[in-house]
Write a protein of this length. Structure first.
Lengths: 495, 133
């Protein structure tokens, strides 16, 4: 009975829990409700993935209005995979938020924090699950607006300007996406994704469709923070509350990458994207510049949270690089890195949240000698950092392996791309090492009362750290899912 | 391009003009309130784009008309405007209002925290605090 309604419950549960959080008024009660909701969202996402793996595409007609007239929620292997990523991070970060937020957000605002947090989760899950392009825009705005509010809850006043800048750039991106959707509607008269994919080939030649493609591409790239449209990201991540940074860094940009893949590969199709519009030729240089320049900038940061934020922009470059290979292996790397980057950045930002909880700062000079004072926290940071570099036995290795495999497959000049991936991994080692060096090789000089972070923060952090190791060692099953998703994307939903 | 085509599509020229004006204000103005106004103009131009494309020349509003013969059958060939883009834009207007209110709320708090709404002054204050740290 209830099983057939799973797709809608995935979105509606957090949506309904959000206002309840405000009415509860008690920070602990609101936190408990948020934990409960995020765990049930993970349960639903996992059972949807299992269902899709065994029986194929799940289609759900909202309000029983048959698609393409009604709004359809359409779960195939690609978005079932992304749903699991978002829900997993949500389920791990929410219990972490309870302790972390108490020390970083004004007590009166905590129930509001959980409401905005759950709305953000709703929006991200909604973008992923829906099969209707206008619905994508609505959920995009739900997640973005709540994200602006969440970022503005940061302790320092710069959180406000960071949120404002994100608001301006995010709204421009979303408006570009609406323009693109509108132009597509003019040409096809439909908003349903599968229907669009079937009708678009007839009107490929029109300039309107090409303009729509451009608007959608720019809007999407703003949202996923592809270089040079990444300017909102570093400050937003650096000044948001720790739990928000951990959540956003591992989900928001990933969902935007999914959106890009869904629109450009499933709807417009591989042929139109790569052969008519030359998407790979546009994305390849941008991705390479993002990887190299942002890794360089990260090396010179003194605020460790901002360092990791710049590293995030570089990592998004890796995902887009995989897409620009225009091959199944490249796309597998992209999809694997969606998951792997969520695990590593989640773990790293949560470890930094533990540091903020104890010493109130993540300035590199404040972290001197922390390795002995907070051994578990810093060990988590080291493992997360190694994963970011791509050391074997961590998940980071698996994604880089597939990226290089994809480059070698293409041969020729692409060998250079493989070399860049290797060189930038060394750059990642440099910026991770700067923190490790300060934390382990120098003597602690701060307050004597500083001790290890509480268990309520360490357990979620280490859950992600262990996931980094587990999926780094046993990568077979997860790679098979990613490969299946990549093949599904290359075929498209029309045929 | 013929003059006729230019004149008959005048609404789209208005849309493009407003879009560019809004975008220009958004980029060039340093005052945060003016940025929000620019964003509003930009978004409104998109609303007009959607509304224009739903309108059909000579079409009636999409309302069920009374059957002139009283036979209880729906009227066959009435030309009516496409209601879907109009409904979509109702949603987008709500989103626009929400964006504006979040933006203005942030502007109020920025004014409280920095004492100014000018971007260059805020940047100067931020640079000073960063140097002090």
């Amino acid at each position: 009975m209830i099983a057939e309604h799973l797709p809608i419950l995935q979105v509606v549960l957090p949506l309904l829990a959000a206002p309840v959080c405000i009415f509860l008024r008690n920070p602990r009660a609101a936190g408990a409700l948020a934990v409960l909701t995020s765990w049930s969202a993970l349960g639903i996402a996992l059972s949807l993935l299992r269902e899709v793996m065994s029986t194929g595409v799940v289609s759900y007609a909202i309000g029983d209005w048959a698609p393409p007239i009604g709004i359809e929620y359409r779960v195939d292997i690609v978005n079932a995979w992304v749903l699991v990523i978002v829900a997993t991070i949500g389920a791990v970060v929410t219990p972490y938020a309870i302790t972390s937020v108490e020390s970083e957000v004004d007590r009166k605002r905590i129930p509001l924090f959980y409401a905005a947090y759950l709305l953000c989760l709703t929006g991200l899950l909604g973008i992923t699950i829906t099969g209707d392009v206008f619905n994508v825009f609505v959920f995009l705005e739900i997640s973005s607006l709540s994200a602006y509010a969440l970022i503005a809850m940061g302790q320092r006043r710069r959180a406000l300007t960071a949120a404002f800048r994100y608001l301006i750039m995010g709204s421009v991106g979303a408006t570009f996406i609406v323009i693109g959707i509108g132009l597509l509607y003019v040409m096809t008269g439909t908003l349903n994704m599968a229907d669009l994919a079937a009708l678009l080939p007839e009107v490929w030649d029109s300039r309107t469709v090409k303009v729509a493609y451009g608007f959608l591409g720019v809007g999407m790239c703003l949202k996923l923070a592809l270089f040079p449209l990444h300017l909102w990201l570093p400050n937003a991540y650096a000044f948001a509350p720790s739990a928000v940074t951990a959540f956003m860094a591992s989900t928001a940009t990933k969902v935007a990458v999914y959106m890009l893949l869904r629109l450009f590969l499933s709807i417009f199709g591989r042929h139109f994207s790569f052969e008519v519009m030359g998407l790979d030729l546009i994305l390849l240089p941008l991705a390479l510049v993002a990887i190299v320049s942002m890794s360089l900038v990260a090396i010179f940061q003194v605020d460790v949270k901002r360092l990791l934020a710049y590293s995030s922009v570089a990592q998004i470059g890796y995902m887009i690089l995989g897409l620009s290979f225009a091959s199944v292996t490249g796309l597998t790397a992209t999809l694997l890195h969606l998951f792997n980057h969520a695990l590593m950045k989640g773990a790293l930002f949560m470890a930094l949240g533990c540091v903020v909880y104890r010493i109130g700062s993540v300035h590199i000079d404040a972290m001197v000698g922390l390795g002995k004072r907070m051994p578990y926290t810093m060990a988590a940071f080291v493992v997360g950092g190694l994963s970011l570099v791509g050391v074997p036995l961590t998940v980071g290795f698996v994604s880089k392996w597939y990226l290089i495999l994809g480059a070698l497959e293409k041969g020729g000049l692409w060998m250079g791309v493989a070399a860049i991936v290797l060189v930038t991994s060394v750059m990642a080692l440099v910026y991770v090492w700067r923190v490790v060096e300060v934390a382990y090789l120098r003597d602690f000089a701060g307050d004597e009362r500083v001790r290890e972070a509480p268990w309520s923060l360490l357990v979620p952090t280490w859950a992600l750290v262990l996931a980094n190791l587990y999926f780094g060692i046993d990568a077979v099953r997860i790679s098979a899912v990613a490969r299946g998703a990549a093949e599904a994307l290359m075929i498209g939903i029309g045929s | 391009m013929s003059v006729d085509l230019f004149v008959s599509h005048y609404n789209y020229w208005v849309v493009i003009f407003l879009m560019m004006v809004g975008f220009y204000i958004l980029i060039s103005r340093g005052n945060l309130i003016k940025k929000i106004v620019g964003l509003n103009v930009f978004q409104t131009s998109v609303f007009m784009l959607y509304i224009s494309m739903g309108k059909i020349t000579g079409g009636t509003p999409p309302i069920l008309l009374d059957d002139p013969h009283g036979e209880g059958e729906a009227v066959g060939h009435v030309l009516y405007s496409n209601p879907l883009p109009h409904v979509l834009i109702l949603t987008a207007i709500v989103v626009g209002i929400a964006t504006t209110s979040v933006g203005l709320a942030l502007a109020v708090r920025i004014k409280e925290a920095y004492g100014t709404l000018e971007e260059d002054e805020i940047n100067r204050v931020e640079a000073q605090t960063e140097a002090a740290e």
